[in-house]
Design a protein around this ligand. Structure first.
Ligand SMILES: Nc1nc2c(c(=O)[nH]1)N[C@H]1C(S)=C(S)[C@@H](COP(=O)(O)O)O[C@H]1N2
Ligand SMILES: [Mo]
Length: 310
């Protein structure tokens, strides 16, 4: 199999038959009796997102089935195994919800989810998500570039990094009663990474609001970085001068770096990153530099030694 280099073409122009068929099937299902009734009790009451346009930032690849995207998850707040979040994330209350945007900004602001949904036109973007554990998915995410939110709060000249903080509430998130990670979950980006148009503030997937297990009601998705950079269920976004220390850096400083760019040439200390298993496929695929987004993001790292800044 030759490595596939995805062009950025509007999905409306190049919708592969499979993708089209699977979406049509889903629309029929969603339009039928009650999708929620088919799903595990209490976990996921599907709520459709309206007025979602196609994005130019999309890869025309076959989608990972919705049931896999929503039942094979990493979300340590709900346990460390892949099937636990779908079973237990029903305890997360996603309304009302606010996200506080603060720190080195001229106009700090608290946004409600309803305000976020209206902040910028919603786009569907088909992105790959590649976990550091060497599996990957292709997901039709819904959201808009994080830069749209950042512009509203007007960062000062001191804003060099952005920190994302997940909700901290062990009653709603029972995994926080164990010390597998330092809670709340924290992630971070350099300012230029956060401003890059590919960085998606994500409110939905597969035509609906995010299921709890995928980080409801709001998360980020960084398509060129390992999945752990894509923080879920965010309650605050902070602009800071110094590089933040993330939960994963604290858990294993020599395994999880701040940058965490998908890089087939830099192995995780305990396994190779050269290949990956696409969920639902048997044969492994070659992992692409920056997860296939090198044309768009490689310039952000020119001059950096990516074996040191891993
Ligand atoms: N708050 C929080 N965000 C998180 C995680 C987590 O444990 N807690 N896991 C990360 C990891 S390791 C991955 S691979 C992705 C998985 O996203 P998905 O379940 O939507 O596929 O979420 C990331 N975001
Ligand atoms: Mo991951």
């Amino acid at each position: 199999m030759k490595p596939y280099k995805p062009p950025f073409i509007p999905s409306s122009e190049i919708t592969p038959r499979d993708l089209f068929e699977s979406r049509r099937k889903f629309m029929q299902l969603a339009g039928g009796a009650s999708l929620a009734a088919l799903l595990p009790h209490g976990v996921w009451a599907a709520e459709k997102l309206m007025d979602v346009k196609k994005s130019i930032y999309t890869v025309p690849e076959e989608l990972t089935p919705q049931k896999d995207v929503t039942s094979y998850n990493n979300f340590y707040e709900f346990g460390t195994s892949k099937d636990q979040p779908a079973m237990s994330a029903g305890s997360l209350k996603t309304r009302p919800w606010t996200i506080t945007v603060e720190g080195e900004v001229k106009k700090p602001k608290v946004f409600t989810i309803e305000e976020l949904l209206k902040l910028s036109p919603l786009e569907e973007r088909i992105y790959r998500l590649r976990c550091v554990e060497a599996w990957s998915m292709v997901v039709p995410w819904i959201g808009f570039s994080l830069s749209e939110l950042i512009k509203q709060v007007e960062p000062t000249g001191n804003a060099k990094f952005v920190e994302f903080v997940t909700l901290h509430d062990p009653e709603q998130m029972p995994g926080q009663k164990t010390a597998v990670l330092e809670w709340p979950y924290r992630e971070g980006l350099r300012m230029d990474e956060a401003m890059h148009p590919l960085t998606l503030l994500t409110l939905g997937l597969y035509g609906e609001v995010l299921p709890n297990q995928n980080g409801a009601p709001v998360r980020v998705v960084m398509p060129w970085k390992y999945g752990f950079k894509s923080a879920k269920s965010i309650v605050s976004i902070r602009f800071v001068e110094k590089q933040p220390t993330t939960s994963w850096m604290k858990a294993g400083p020599n395994e999880y770096g701040f940058y965490a760019n998908v890089n087939p040439e830099v192995d995780h200390p305990r396994w190779t990153q050269a290949k990956e298993r696409r969920i639902g496929e048997f044969l492994k695929r070659k992992t692409l530099m920056f997860n296939g987004y090198a044309d768009e993001v490689a310039p952000l790292y020119s001059g950096m030694d990516l074996t040191k800044s891993f």
